[in-house]
Write a protein that binds this ligand. Structure first.
Ligand code: DX5
Ligand code: ZN
Length: 226
């Protein structure tokens, strides 16, 4: 896959539509629509009904998606003890595997394990987790995902304090791990994309905003340019 890290600190952020907002009965078609609209990455939300109050899909679904697209798959694991399923999701074709700080007691070894298998490893923090807990994890993370809504559902409202948290994270990453990509997830809209970009995000996840748009191509272009 292309090396996304080459985009680090580019003016233009990468856009990662979240397939949580897709029609799962028409997933190949919806993925094609996102490719044609200029998506850079596909964001895939895995939920177990325990770490978050919702259930989505597992490795089989990722494996099937892998067959219909060349876009990098950014697999966001919202599951308890993600270490149990790392190999399954990597075997299924994940390019990025991100795990929640709050979901595991063995974050650092698990990040190491992901990296040793040759894909990009990432750490996610939920809205109530202080940014500075990431100090150690940043060293081992190719990507850090900052949740700007409580994980579990698409279409929620962006939590405003996420902007200052994003700035804090960008500053911390610059100090500790300058090549680490910073991704924001939840409630990204055409209204707040400019401020998010200014705060330093490299990747914007967008579910509702892109999938409900009558013109996803224009919406993705606008998310990048505004
Ligand atoms: C929420 C998920 C998000 C979600 C984003 O738990 O992690 O990726 O799909 O959807 P929007 O952009 O609609 O908030
Ligand atoms: Zn997500």
């Amino acid at each position: 896959m292309e090396n996304l890290n080459t985009n680090k600190r580019h003016e233009i952020p990468l856009i990662a539509p979240s397939i949580l907002s897709a029609d799962f009965s028409n997933i190949a078609l919806d993925i094609r629509r996102m490719e044609e609209a200029g998506a850079d990455i596909l964001h895939c939300d895995v939920m177990d009904g325990i770490f978050v109050p919702n259930i989505t899909f597992g490795p089989k679904f990722i494996k099937d998606i892998r067959k219909v697209t060349k876009l990098p798959l950014d697999v966001h694991l919202m599951i308890t003890k993600p270490e149990r399923y790392i190999d399954s999701f990597i075997d299924a074709g994940a390019d990025y595997l991100t795990i929640h700080y709050e979901a595991t007691d063995i974050l650092l070894p698990t990040l190491e394990k992901i990296k040793n298998r040759g894909i990009k490893a990432g750490t996610v923090i939920s809205p109530d987790t202080p940014v500075d807990v990431l100090k150690e994890a940043l060293v081992l993370s190719d990507i850090v995902l900052l949740m700007s809504v409580y994980p579990g559902f698409g279409g929620q409202k962006f939590i405003e304090k996420s902007l200052s948290r994003l700035e804090e994270l960008v500053a911390l990453a610059k100090e500790i791990s300058p090549n680490c990509l910073i991704e924001i997830d939840g409630g990204v809209t055409l209204e707040n994309a400019s401020a998010i970009k200014k705060a330093g995000a490299d990747i914007l996840v967008a579910g509702n905003t892109v999938f409900t748009s009558p013109n996803p191509k224009q919406t993705i272009a606008e998310l990048k340019s505004i």
